[in-house]
Design a protein around this ligand. Sequence first.
Ligand code: IVH
Length: 673
Amino acid sequence: MDIAERYRELLDQLREHNHRYHVLDAPIIDDNTYDLLYRELVELEDAHPELVANVSPTQRVGGPVAEAFSPVTHRQRMFSLDNAMDLDDLAKWNERLIGSLGHQPSAYSCELKIDGLAVSLTYESGFLTRAATRGDGVVGEDVTANVRTIRSVPLELRGDAPPVMEVRGEIYLPVSEFDALNERQAEAGLQPYINPRNTAAGSVRQKDPSTTASRNLAVWIYQLGHIEGGPDLDTHTSQMQWIADLGLRVNPANATVSDFDEVVAYIADATEHRHDRDYETDGIVVKLDSLRDQQEAGFTARSPKWAIAFKLPPEEKTTRLDEIRINVGRTGAVTPYAVMEPVFVGGVTVTNATLHNEGEIHRKDVRPGDTVIVRRAGDVIPEVVGPVLELRPPGTEVWRMPTVCPYCGNPIVLPDGQAKAKCTGGFECPSRLREYLSHFVSRGAMDIDGMGYRTIDTLLELGLISDPADIYGLAVDDLLPLDGWKETSATNLIAAIDASRMRSLSKLVFALGIDHVGGTVAGLLASEFGSIDALASANADDIEQIDGIGPEIARSVEEWFADPGNNDMVGRLGRAGVSLEDDVVESSLAQNLVGTTVVITGAIEGFTRDSAREAVEQRGGKVTSSVSSRTSALIAGERAGSKLAKAESLGIPVLDGEEFVALLDGGAGMLDG
Ligand code: IVH
């Protein structure tokens, strides 16, 4: 075979593997094999520069740095869509169409509305010749050099491409890429990016294509535009099928349904699974599937009448940040939080949101008085993303951490090298004490049912308790005189307190509220030491020997037990009948998960989050909360969210509930290969 032939063969192979990997998400070779082919291509190109083809994967990056993006007049106007804010609106749209068509539509195409930026791609004789932004719908900008770096955009189509075809789609930044980008920003001490959509738009408008390339954007194609030649097709679905066959990336989550009830069912399903995907959606697009129906329905000045966007509740809104207040938590850590004009976002009304620490506030540059962007996606806690600088009123001031605790009057200090400030008031600080008690009785800790903030506040006010050990001295008669307490409720609470005396050591260690000791670390400490006495007499060096425990945690545990007040409290807990050791001698379970680190997400049938964790730990495995390259497997139950997407993007094995049980039974061997 001559060199030119081999070159063409390599190009074809690489294009196919690229298609399988980036478009179909179904590679058939591993990365190494791909790299070998790629390297051979590079060597050939180095030796024979005259061969280098414009569609070579080496030519994705390397376009010229742009001074400006030249204007492009779209061959067919890029319309936007009308919105339906709820199902009523959608039903009215449907009724209107039936009225004007004079019959029921034969089918609907239901599609996820991707929250990115619209792009028009032109292919001539199968080659990508132009990529343009939407602009005002009539004239957009030429962003070809940048869009060529997106690997799910084929530079050359497969099969029989027509002389000219233009397709429309949405460029987006995968959520996992957005998170990774912001991690890198934070490591470099730079401001975080606001959201995937803005970042995608900014990435497409970079002057230097290599910057765009580094962002790992992707595309979903959703519409055929101008076409010359090509097959005669009479539905949108068959057009999209044809487009997919040509190698363009069409979202497999889209579906063609035959009646309006099914449209409604699609919307319900898409809404439920909104956060399971590695991209953000802001609605569902419903289109008439028959092209003849579309033609009959026609257009308004702005949008087609044959399609509509059903809006999902926005996950970002702007509101006013009135004030930044601080909270002193169970360990004395001081956390600033935003107090805002109530705003409905991500399906709930938000007034408060944590701002983490002073450094974070300065990094985001949010100030009291600012209009801020608030975000709440899925069941994630609400977040202040950043200020809208254009709307900043004059005279705002940078917020500073108070030097004195507003709850107890003691100094607030910033320990060396730490991000979080601390109140030095110890349990004199009423805010800290209240949070500490509430943590002590919480579900993952001593799990005292019926003891919420309200009860704690009352008991504190009346001086009935002043530390956790006091809880075990309470009697029904103490509660009865209190407002709203009756015989049954009082008896129930005392019974719940009583039951908590026998909680496992791991829960007790967690309940103590030692800095840096969360549920997982508490489990490690409990299984290593077996009793509070043994733990209390261990020094930091002993503690640091445990796999998964670092010097900071070890020091914090040692310091906690060195405090006479803490020691005294533990003593009183013991005398009040709280079990300070685990009676179970050794776990009789096989230690088949030693060395395995799993992340658990979503609802797993037959387990609570705690019992799933315990099951792994009892077998020697570790449970962490975030997916990384070190994760051995993700246990994903129903409604698994962004962790699932992240695991998939990192190629980490994902196990469902049944496979989880098999893992517990069989061991980590099933995670190999
Ligand atoms: S169809 C004439 N389908 O939403 C039909 N648009 O306001 C034009 N979008 O500008 C659009 N996903 O950027 C269509 N599956 C989808 C879409 C989609 C996202 C965006 C697109 C468009 C905007 C409509």
